[in-house]
Design a protein around this ligand. Structure first.
Ligand SMILES: N[C@@H]1[C@@H](O)[C@H](O)[C@@H](COP(=O)(O)O)O[C@@H]1O
Length: 246
């Protein structure tokens, strides 16, 4: 894992956007894995600005999002579909038909998981996956204890994850209890991974990621086994002195 330390959230977003833009510009056709949450919002803002200023085009980019809440329709303001439209898709030239997010309203959620996993495979896999990390080490919505072999699947969200995400909802009661998420094996199949980590609330997770063994109790630890992971972390999330790296 290569770690790039940046001063703050803005610099993390700028650095990440440079990485993504270079990748888009250097490929004929790119498949991006996208994340939601507060962390990648700044990255998406930078991509939008670059699209307007420098004209980077997304006409040949395909996207697959990591996850979606079960029970929220595409129209729901808290769905990840809406998040992606308002934070990125509506502001760039990507055809919506090339963007993919699991459906949280499928009659048969298990079938939707299989369909989604197959779609990623049929598209030739993910070239670059953007990831954030939960305070408990979750990636996508893969909570501690998730099998490293897991493909796209249905998850019961932990109370701590529901509480962490409650800030986007009117109340904790409104936060869905389940989600569809790409599995750990789906994420690990990506050819490259870019993990973004910002803020003091992620410091403990970052420390565990650096120091702990690879264990299903801390899902992000699997990233140590991936051949091409770059972590861009700000100094609030990194405490390099404590980690003995400075
Ligand atoms: N499913 C998402 C994850 O993909 C994200 O990484 C995590 C951290 O969110 P934030 O970036 O807001 O801290 O939150 C959610 O649970």
């Amino acid at each position: 894992m290569k770690i790039i330390e940046v001063s703050d959230y803005k610099q993390m977003s700028v650095k990440a956007s440079q990485h993504v833009i270079a990748k888009i510009r250097n490929s004929d056709c790119l498949t991006l894995g996208l994340a939601t949450g507060g962390t990648p919002k700044g990255l998406y803002g930078e991509l939008i600005e670059d699209h307007h200023v420098n004209g980077t085009s997304y006409k040949c980019v395909n996207t697959f999002n990591l996850d979606e809440y079960i029970g929220l329709s595409k129209e729901d303001p808290n769905s990840y579909y809406q998040y992606m439209c308002s934070n990125l898709f509506s502001h760039i030239d990507i055809p919506l038909s090339q963007t993919h997010i699991p459906s949280g309203m499928a009659d048969d959620a298990a079938e939707e998981c299989r369909r989604y996993e197959n779609m990623i495979e049929d598209a030739g896999g993910i070239d670059l996956q953007i990831l954030g990390i939960g305070e408990n080490g979750h990636i996508g919505f893969n909570e501690p204890g998730t099998s490293f072999q897991s493909a796209t699947h249905i998850v019961d969200l932990t109370e701590s994850t529901r509480e962490a995400n409650a800030r986007y909802f009117e109340s904790l009661d409104e936060v869905p209890r389940q989600a569809i998420t790409m599995g750990i094996s789906s994420i690990m199949k990506s050819r490259e991974i870019l993990l973004l980590v910002s803020g003091e609330s992620k410091r403990e997770a970052m420390q565990k990621l650096m120091e702990n063994d690879v264990t299903e109790n801390f899902p992000a630890s699997i990233l140590k086994k991936h051949p091409k992971v770059t972590i861009i972390a700000d100094s609030a999330a990194l405490d390099l002195k404590r980690l003995g790296q400075k």
